[in-house]
Design a protein around this ligand. Structure first.
Ligand code: G6P
Length: 615
């Protein structure tokens, strides 16, 4: 959370930093700020609110001149979102200025010590403590900025991606990373700094991703010196060529990133299995998996760790792994798993699922599993992300950048990867018949077409959204493979429309939620043709008997539920194990339209952030 951007080179820094902040707003958007060196002084402007508010403020506050600049978009951790707590932060002398993504956990004791030495603080942030600690080290030990940053960081506990510069040495920016991501774009005589590559992709395809506990001194028109913060060892910069392009990070005619990302699903699901699934030949080949297949099939169990929507993808995987590959699976919230002294052995395989590859709790769960000797497999979307590097092996989803805070295409591409893994293991283990295996491969290959067909109900779903937009509660019910989809549907609605919604296994309804049902309660029921169809129909009858309103997701051609439900949303027929990939589509659209009708900020819902790098 929080996005950081920086530039040092021969161009005007202001537009680069502002544009970069706009692209990183998904990481946090409660305040924003910028600091430029104009050749003489630091020009600093910051405000509570969004990057657009910062631009307005900067118009009257600063000259916007200068070819060195840093900027920040915030998701508050220490201190409420207000102008003063916004970044950048000055040191007491006014010479140093810093931006920071992360948390300094021991800031309070450092602050007390600095206060005893005469330092004063304007904000409630841990970041202002850090910049003053750097200043104190620099003064006391009479060292250059880079050294001072290194010494100071050796004293702090926590997570950070920082960029700092000194007014008296305006030809360099010092950056450092631990726990929060930091990419350096390498151009011709110019360098870019950002939390991900999106702010600089139109300028350069070459990037260096700092590793944890590394820092870099970036010098205008010269070079980058990377060091390990603890050992002081110099590290040879490893420049990667990025595959990202500018179209992928723009809205491309859609009103919101979320809608664009929902509509991208047919193509990104295909991108995710392209070259890996050869349906006609009966081949599934996942580079990261091949060598480790014996580990998976001989494992006592698979433990899946994840957070949020990725956790829901893990729940879907539990059904498919157990059903097809007959391997016991446990799905854990990473945040719970890591703190409950879990039993993990060398015979366990841990799968970590994360769109961003940066979620702090998932990362901590991975570290714990590795310490206990488990083999850890990652499923990430962001190439080069921390989780993708920390895991022993893994598979990338190829969803492209997901910018809407509410996750959509990441979910379906994660399920696509997990399904391919389950099918591959089932085939090798012999727990699936040849014909069933071939049928699944062919059907998986059809999913993009089915998703495109499900998207055609958009207008109808918009009409349903208009009917229920003022409801204050929603219940989502599903069974088997579609129970996690019910959870995900409810989460989508909560996240972007702020309507209370609960997902429940349909059969459990009578053990509690049925008490909530009256004529004001819309109940979204996933009632596709499956093993549980008859039972779900009975659940619908029970809801109708209590005057609840039924919005049902049904298989094309369904007649029974169509008769009973108040509204239906159709999806194409596919084997039950693949249905989450299609039933989730109408639920995404329903929550999207309700949020739009309620005038909510769909892409940047309040209090949330795309990438949660705090624990
Ligand atoms: C945040 C996001 C969710 C996401 C979750 C896990 O809460 O808002 O959309 O599902 O983090 O993120 P990850 O990047 O690990 O999948």
């Amino acid at each position: 959370m929080c996005g950081i951007v920086g530039y040092i080179g021969h161009r005007e820094a202001y537009p680069i930093v502002i544009n970069g902040l706009r692209r990183l707003e998904y990481r946090g958007y409660d305040s924003a700020g910028i600091a430029l060196y104009d050749g003489k002084n630091i020009q600093l402007s910051k405000t509570k609110g969004k990057v657009a508010d910062l631009e307005k403020r900067a118009d009257s506050e600063i000259s916007k001149k200068g070819s060195l600049g840093i900027g920040h978009t915030r998701w508050a951790t220490h201190g409420v979102p207000n102008d003063v707590n916004s970044h950048p932060h000055y040191s007491n002398s006014g010479n140093l200025v810093i931006i920071h993504n992360g948390i300094i956990e021991n800031y309070s004791s450092i602050k007390t010590e600095l206060i005893n030495r005469g330092y004063t603080f304007k904000s409630d942030t841990d970041t202002e403590v850090l910049v003053n600690l750097i200043e104190e080290v620099k003064k006391k030990q009479d060292v250059k900025l880079g050294k001072a940053v290194q010494i100071a960081l050796n004293e702090v506990v926590g997570a950070y991606a920082i960029a700092v510069f000194d007014k008296n040495k305006p030809d360099e920016i010092v950056v450092a990373k631990l726990g929060s991501p930091l990419a350096i774009g390498v151009g011709d005589d110019e360098f870019f700094i950002a939390s991900d590559a999106s702010p600089f992709i139109e300028f350069t395809n070459n990037a260096i991703y700092l590793e944890d506990e590394e820092m870099a001194i970036i010098r205008r028109g010269r070079d980058i010196k990377i060091r390990q913060i603890k050992s002081d060892k110099l590290v040879k910069p490893f420049v990667q060529e990025l595959k990202l392009n500018i179209e992928q990070i723009e809205k491309g005619g859609y009103d919101h990133f979320m809608l664009k990302e929902i509509y991208e699903q047919p193509s990104v699901i295909k991108d995710t299995y392209r070259g890996r699934l050869l349906a006609d030949k009966g081949i599934i080949k996942l580079g990261g998996l091949e060598e480790y297949i014996p580990k998976f099939i001989n494992a006592d169990r698979i433990i899946i760790v994840a957070c949020g929507t990725s956790w829901h993808a893990g729940l879907v995987a539990e059904y498919i792994f157990e059903d097809l590959a007959r391997i016991p699976v446990e799905v854990e919230y990473a945040s719970e798993f890591r703190y409950r002294n879990p039993i993990i052995t060398e015979n366990d395989v841990v799968i970590a699922i994360s769109q961003s590859g940066e979620t702090a709790d998932t990362l901590a769960a991975i570290k714990l599993a590795k310490e206990k000797g488990a083999f850890v497999y990652g499923i990430c979307n962001v190439v080069g992300s921390t989780i993708s590097r920390e895991t022993h092996s893994g598979t990338y989803t190829h969803a492209g950048p997901e910018i809407g805070v509410a996750s959509t295409k990441a979910f379906t591409t994660q399920i696509t990867v997990l399904t391919m893994i389950a099918l591959k293991l089932a085939q090798v283990k012999g727990t699936i018949s040849k014909s069933d295996y071939m049928m699944h491969l062919r059907e998986l290959d059809m999913i993009p077409t089915h998703v495109a067909a499900a998207l055609k109900s958009n207008d109808k779903i918009e009409e349903i959204a208009a009917v229920f937009k003022n409801a204050t509660n929603f219940l989502y019910l599903g069974r088997g493979y579609n129970f996690p989809v019910a959870l995900e549907g409810a989460l989508k609605l909560k996240e972007i429309s702020y309507i209370h919604a609960e997902g429940y296994p349909a059969a459990e309804m009578k053990h509690g939620p049925i008490a909530l049902i009256d004529e004001h309660m819309p109940v979204v029921v996933i009632a596709i043709n499956s093993n549980h169809y008859g039972k779900v129909v009975s659940n619908i009858e029970e809801i109708k008997a209590r005057k609840g309103k039924i919005i049902a997701v049904v298989t094309e051609g369904d007649t029974v539920v169509r008769e009973l439900a108040d509204y239906v949303m159709e999806v194409p027929k596919t084997p039950e194990s693949l249905t989450p990939l299609v039933t989730t589509i109408p639920l995404q659209l329903l929550s999207y339209h309700i949020a739009v009708m309620l005038n909510k900020n769909v892409d940047q819902p309040r209090n949330l952030a795309k990438s949660v790098t705090v624990e």
